[in-house]
Design a binder for this molecule. Structure first.
Ligand SMILES: Nc1ncnc2c1ncn2[C@@H]1O[C@H](COP(=O)(O)OP(=O)(O)OP(=O)(O)O)[C@@H](O)[C@H]1O
Length: 261
C-alpha cells in the first residue's frame, strides 16, 4: 500500500462490544481504490460485525472510519446507501415474487415526473425496466428471458447476478459482498466471480467476505486476515498459499512481519 493514495475506507482502532463479547477489538481496515479486498477469518472472528459497522448496520463503540479521507459515521444502512455504498448480503434481500426490474429498484422506486405523477406516486415502470435491462446487459447478465420475470423463477446464480448488478448499478463508492457464492454450484459461482471481477474492472472497489479460499485466492487483489476481532495482517494472494492463509487465520502460524497490519 502506498502512502500517497487515500484509501476509500480507512478504519482505525475500531471496537464493537455486544455486552461482554468484544466482536471487534481495536481493528484496523483499509480498502484501496480499484481493488477487491477479501476479508477472511474463522467463525466468530468478527468479519460480519466489521462490515456491518462500515455499512452503518452496527454502531461502533470506539474508533474512526474515514471514507475517502473524511471521518464518517453512518447511523443506518440507508445513510450508507445514500453515500454510495451498496451491500450484497448472504440472504440477498430480494423479493421473490417481484420482477427483476422491480427488485433492482426496491426501496428507491422512480416515480413519473410532473404534478400528477408525483402527486399520485405513479411508478415510472418504463424507466425502471429500461434501466434494469441496460444494467443487466452491460454486465452480460441478459441471459434471463425477460426483465419482467419474477425473481423466484430464476436460478440461484441468476438471482445472485441480479443482486450484484443492483449493487453495481447504484454504488458510487464501493460494494460490500457477504459470501456471494456460498449457496451456488460450481458453474454459477464461476459466473458470479467473473461478475465481481467485472465490477472491479469498471472501477468500483469491492470488499468480499468469503470462507471459500479458492474463490478468495482467485479474485482478491489483497486479503485482510481477521483473527480474534483484529486485523492480523494483509497479504497478497501471490505471496502466500491458501494453507498459509488458513494457518494465520486459525493462529497456527504467526502473521508474517512484513504483512502484519
Ligand atoms: N447481535 C449480536 N449480539 C451478541 N453477540 C454478537 C452479535 N453479533 C455478533 N456477536 C458475537 O460477536 C462475535 C463476532 O461475530 P461476527 O458475526 O462478527 O463474526 P464472523 O467472523 O462474521 O463469524 P462467521 O464467519 O461465523 O459469520 C461472535 O462471538 C458473535 O457471537
Amino acid at each position: 500500500m502506498t502512502d500517497d493514495v487515500t484509501p476509500v475506507v480507512r478504519g482505525r482502532g475500531l471496537v464493537k462490544r455486544y455486552g461482554r463479547v468484544t466482536a471487534i477489538d481495536h481493528a484496523d481496515f483499509d480498502l484501496m481504490p480499484g481493488e477487491i479486498l477479501a476479508v477472511i477469518g474463522d467463525n466468530g472472528a468478527g468479519k460480519s460485525s466489521l462490515i456491518k459497522a462500515i455499512a452503518g448496520a452496527v454502531q461502533l463503540d470506539e474508533g474512526v472510519i474515514e471514507i475517502d479521507g473524511v471521518p464518517t459515521r453512518f447511523r443506518s444502512p440507508i445513510e450508507a446507501r445514500n453515500a454510495g455504498i451498496e451491500t450484497v448480503y448472504q440472504n440477498l434481500a430480494l423479493s421473490p415474487a417481484l420482477s427483476i426490474a422491480d427488485n433492482m429498484f426496491l426501496g428507491r422506486e422512480v416515480y413519473k415526473s410532473g404534478f400528477m405523477g408525483k402527486y399520485l406516486r405513479m411508478l415510472d415502470k418504463k424507466h425502471m425496466r429500461d434501466f434494469a435491462r441496460a444494467k443487466l446487459t452491460e454486465l452480460g447478465l441478459m441471459t434471463v428471458q425477460s426483465i419482467n420475470q419474477a425473481v423466484e423463477t430464476l436460478s440461484g446464480g441468476q438471482r445472485q447476478g441480479v443482486a450484484v448488478a443492483r449493487a453495481a448499478a447504484f454504488a458510487k463508492r464501493f460494494v460490500i459482498m457477504d459470501e456471494p457464492t456460498a449457496a451456488l454450484g460450481v458453474k454459477e459461482s464461476r459466473r458470479v466471480l467473473e461478475l465481481i471481477k467485472d465490477v472491479r474492472d469498471r472501477g468500483l472497489p469491492i470488499v468480499l467476505i468469503s470462507h471459500n479460499m479458492p474463490h478468495v485466492f482467485e479474485v482478491a487483489d489483497r486479503i485482510h486476515i481477521h483473527r480474534l476481532g483484529k486485523r492480523a495482517c494483509v497479504i497478497r494472494p501471490g505471496d502466500f498459499t491458501m494453507s498459509d492463509a488458513v494457518a494465520i487465520m486459525t493462529g497456527a502460524m504467526q502473521p508474517p512481519e512484513a504483512a502484519a497490519a
